[in-house]
Design a protein around this ligand. Structure first.
Ligand code: DC
Length: 216
């Protein structure tokens, strides 16, 4: 069973997918965390070196996909917190516009999906990574609602104001949706789910229904 979920920043993908994964016995894969990790590595290595090591970097998810460690050259580094910093958030859209980086990560994601029942979330999962997924969902919410949720989520982590977070999201939406390679778009065969006025349980219920229908 492959469930592919795409949607813009702050649409609730991670929270929703983690719960759907547990309820339906699926592995959860957050591809945004993989792009964030590459953004983190890009602060340490120039592009050539980065591309060189990326092929062999292992992305080790644990704790139902909530934690992520990178293994390279036998060294394992827990990057769970650092990849959520505002420094990484500011550069991740640019790093993830790189065609070669996308190729490498896409292959890694497809390999993981080939041997697991999985729910995978990101920006190009329904269109590029798993175009033949059993269930495809495009999750969205109004930009104000998404900024509101992000603002509540990062209280105590950053001192950014609601307006700053709203501006960040608008900028990221623009880069993610208008890049040449694998932009965020809703595919014709994806179920659109606008979560603006829905509770978390309602969203989980809707997706669960689609999975159960598919499983028969
Ligand atoms: O889901 P997120 O906000 O943690 O993702 C971080 C960035 O990674 C996002 O701005 C776009 C990029 N991304 C991508 O280009 N393709 C994916 N499949 C997942 C994320």
């Amino acid at each position: 069973m492959q469930v592919a979920v795409d949607g813009p920043a702050g649409s609730g993908k991670s929270t929703v997918c983690k719960r759907v994964a547990i309820d339906n016995n699926l592995m959860y894969l957050d591809t945004g965390a993989m792009y964030r990790s590459v953004a983190y590595l890009s602060l340490k290595f120039d592009r050539d070196k980065l591309l060189d090591i990326l092929e062999s970097v292992e992305f080790i998810f644990s704790d139902n996909g909530s934690k992520l460690s990178l293994k390279s050259y036998e060294e394992v580094e827990d990057v769970t917190d650092i990849i959520r910093s505002s420094e990484i958030t500011a550069i991740v859209s640019t790093v993830s516009s790189d065609e070669l980086i996308r190729k490498i990560l896409t292959v890694k994601q497809q390999i993981i999906a080939s041997s697991n029942d999985i729910i995978m979330e990101g920006r190009d999962i329904t269109t590029v990574v798993l175009p033949n997924a059993d269930v495809k969902i495009f999750l969205t919410a109004s930009v104000e609602e998404r900024a509101k949720r992000r603002y509540a989520e990062v209280q105590g982590v950053t001192d950014k104001s609601y307006d700053e977070i709203l501006a960040d999201i608008i900028k990221r939406d623009d880069v993610d949706s208008n890049r040449d390679i694998a932009p965020l778009v809703k595919s014709d065969d994806s179920h659109a789910l606008d979560t603006t006025a829905l509770t978390l349980d309602e969203v989980i219920f809707e997706i669960g229904k689609l999975i159960v229908e598919k499983r028969g």
